[in-house]
Design a protein around this ligand. Sequence first.
Ligand code: BG6
Length: 468
Amino acid sequence: MEKFNPDFLWGASSSAFQIEGGWNEDGKGESVADYNSFLYAGLQQADTKVASDFYHHYQEDISLMKELGLKVYRFSIAWSRIIPDGDGQVNQKGIDFYNKVIDCLIENGIEPFVTLYHFDLPLALVEKYNGWENRSCISAFRRYAQICFKEFGDRVKNWQVINEQNLMVRVDERLNMYHVEAKNKERVRAQMDYNMFVASAYVMQDCHKMVPNGKIGPAISSTMTYPASTKPLNVWAAKMNDNFKTNYALEMYCHGQYPGYYSNYLKKADILPSMQDQDEQVLRDAQPDFIAVNYYRTLVASYLPSDANHPFGTRKNDVDFDLYGYFKIEKNTNLSATEYGAQIDPMGLRIVLNEYYRQFRLPMIITENGLGTPDIMAKDGKIHDQYRINYLADHIKACYDAIQDGVKLIGYCPWSVMDLLSSHQGFKKRYGFIYVNRTDNDLKDLRRIPKDSFYWYQKVITNNGLVN
Ligand code: BG6
């Protein structure tokens, strides 16, 4: 394998609620993620909401990032640290914290790549407006983003708007939708989704106006789907899974319009969101500079006939549901899977990168990709995570192949820079290059221990992509 372009952005990723801790310090407001994800992971007690405690360890952590050789660090700003109640007073201490982080990164030669919103909507906005259901949330997000552009835009040139809106909108926990009556859920979900698209469009335009040389784009959760067989209905099911889960969102971000299959679904299910006249223009005028791709696995689908009483069938669970009755998720017997069921598929990455580039012709950056597993510290006090090295090496090779296919891929930021709170399984499921010495119920000493994969990735970066 040849090397990558000399300017290829080798990086790593995290998100605020999963790494920072300091969840209520220095004026921070609570977010739906502080509330729900900790509850979900059995980490609800206040004194354990420290995640990896990056809030107090950021200098040490950034030194380790420098040692790792990162060129770019993709992280998120917690909206509720900047504006504790989402749309009220600005919290100077929150701004100060991110100024320190950004300056420290730059001093260490690492480019900051900032996500504005990664699953952590300020809880106060849910209490006031039911969050994204209400258009007040659009103006609140726009104001928050403008504050970030003004405060940090002199040093931060790469921005991501919303992390994985296409996945988040389907997970009730992320939007705090527990209290919405079942019969209204899909209508509320469609409205929230639409309002987020409008908010993203405004924010992309604001970034272009406010940040000199600023670049901004959406980050999508990518789960490419294979048909369970060559039966045409199964091929159709797989295509519709991708369309309904990912492509409709990409079309909205890039072309400012829902594709026909999606608006027809909304009409048929009688859940067409309420729209305002000016939205059409705003959505059309917003142009992303790149697409950020979060990729972990692929899926397999077979056709599932619709429930006669519902236009598109019923949902069974939050993530791998039988979407609108089009399909049923199957196992891929050709692939191995992690113990959490994610089917490992580097070739799938090459396929989706080609597919997105063919459709949208925008540069892409991978902002998440990684293997989540309960790493065990060996007797020698080290973490020998050869399985993670294998996973990452195969995916880096797939990136290289996609570039050879003609895809414009500008960087690779695996998940995650260090162990952090998994969105569903707490500290049981680790992804990092750096081990954080704590468990779900015991904070221990929070010591940072570089894993074998740390030293391996360091060499990959030094050698600009040579994986072995
Ligand atoms: C992505 C999210 O979908 O997957 C991250 O952007 C998340 O926040 C990651 O942590 C891995 O998922 P999980 O549930 O294993 O933490």
